[in-house]
Design a protein around this ligand. Structure first.
Ligand code: ZN
Length: 439
């Protein structure tokens, strides 16, 4: 029983999330004025208690809370330090369903956090980007902000008709009013809060493929001639990864290219965002197109229970870059592995992959060393066992949450190889192990 204070669910993103309940569905109705950057929201959350509780705590940053309701009636609530605390009229047992409604409004802005920088809702020169990872979701809706709580979503957004609004999942309705258009998106597959996004801009839509799922590029008209530079083989990549890892997990895949340059691209569920500066044909741009796409399997469908296991997203996505290199006639994965092993050997060895700490969770060494560990596993068990294991891993845990221990146990059971010593050396110790020669 936990009736005391809850300081948050994940030590890497302190103060966010509440483990005493799960949100199962988010229903959001948003009115957004682009020029004033003003958001008015109505959120209806369906949740299920996981233990005995007398309240639930939601994350909401920088926005003012209006009326709050519980199960159809008004609710007692307080707000403190970016948490909205909703009191239950009586102590609820585990497994009970409740509905919380929240009206809120304000000028959304990114959430700033020590160690992690900023994330979330951000104004572009002419539009909006939401880059939620890892702590930005509360910048635009009240949520249980932890990666282990996945839910389905319906998001309706009204904005000026001059702009396109892109969200996660399927566009199920678009109603044009006199000046504003309402866009309704449904995300039917469970999604972690940090993967929820909205992209708003003066965008064209380009159809890249219809099969196996609709693949779209959304970008400013002036950038259309440069689309193929980086994204010319986007649909081939999707088919290739689906061959390797099993069916693409969502209803479609959309790549948004912003008019502004961006420091890094970012994945959301069913959607990735690149700055205009990434529309280049060189390997450093193309590898990121592969990287972000692969997160649909590794990160979005299979999501780490806690941020500590971020290598399960980034190590895999980095390895997918190397696999695409192999597939598209570039250097083989082994060549990439050798090159990056050499680079890592020259850097400080003060990071452990299975717990890098919040300061280093997005350190490039997590990406490269994670990919190297996967390559070493491949060399150890052989190509057939390696790829069939990854495929089974993706299928077994689709739309769920995973941990490093689950992955290692799965590999051992599936391949019959004892990978404990290997995993200990690569994941749990800071020294960089030797890279075996190709078998
Ligand atoms: Zn990534």
């Amino acid at each position: 029983m936990t009736l005391g204070g809850r300081s948050g669910a994940d030590p890497y993103v302190s103060g966010h999330g509440d483990t005493s309940y799960d949100v199962t569905h988010y229903d959001l109705d948003l009115d957004y004025s682009i020029h004033g950057n003003h958001l008015e929201g109505r959120a209806r959350l369906t949740l299920v208690t996981r233990e005995e509780v007398d309240r639930v705590e939601l994350d909401l940053h920088g926005l003012k809370v209006g009326k709050v309701g519980l199960d159809g009636g008004p609710a007692k609530h307080t707000t403190r330090r970016n948490r909205l605390v909703v009191r239950l009229p009586r102590t609820a047992p585990a497994g009970e369903e409740h509905t919380v409604t929240v009206r809120y409004a304000g000028n959304p802005k990114p959430v700033r956090k020590r160690h992690l920088g900023t994330a979330g809702w951000e104004e572009l020169t002419d539009g909006v980007i939401v880059a939620g990872q890892p702590h930005g979701a509360p910048s635009w809706f009240p949520c249980n902000d932890r990666p282990s709580n996945k839910a389905t979503y319906r998001v309706a957004v009204s904005a000026s008709s001059d702009y396109r609004v892109v969200g996660n999942g399927r566009l199920v309705d678009r109603r044009r009013g006199s000046r504003t258009t309402t866009w309704v998106y449904e995300q039917r597959q469970p999604m972690a809060t940090y993967l929820a996004t909205l992209q708003i801009g003066r965008y064209d839509v380009v159809r890249l493929a219809e099969r196996p799922v609709p693949v779209r590029a959304v970008l400013p008209h002036r950038l259309r001639p440069r689309l193929d530079d980086a994204l010319g083989r986007q649909a081939d990549m999707l088919r290739y990864f689906a061959d390797l890892f099993g069916d693409y997990p969502f209803d479609g895949y959309t790549v948004v290219v912003t008019e502004d340059d961006l420091e890094i691209p970012l994945e959301s569920q069913g959607l990735s965002v690149f700055g205009a500066n990434f529309l280049r044909p060189d390997w450093d741009a193309v590898r990121l197109v592969a990287h972000e796409l692969s997160h649909q399997w590794f990160g979005d469908s299979l999501t780490a229970c806690s941020w500590q296991d971020i290598w399960l997203h980034e190590g895999f996505a980095c390895y997918c870059e190397w696999l695409w290199s192999e597939e598209s006639g570039g250097p083989a994965a082994h060549e990439h592995a050798n090159r990056h092993w050499g680079r890592l050997a020259e850097l400080d060895e003060d990071l452990v992959l299975d717990d890098p700490g919040p300061d280093l969770m997005f350190d490039d060494r997590v990406y490269k060393r994670g990919a190297l560990f996967l390559h070493v596993l491949r060399l150890t068990v052989g190509d057939d066992a390696f790829f069939s294991t990854l495929r089974a891993w993706v299928s077994e845990h689709a739309y769920g949450n995973v941990t490093t221990q689950m992955f290692l146990a799965f590999v051992a059971a599936r391949t019959g190889h004892d990978v404990d010593a290997l995993a200990e050396a690569w994941l749990s110790r800071p020294e960089l192990p030797e890279l075996p020669a190709r078998g």
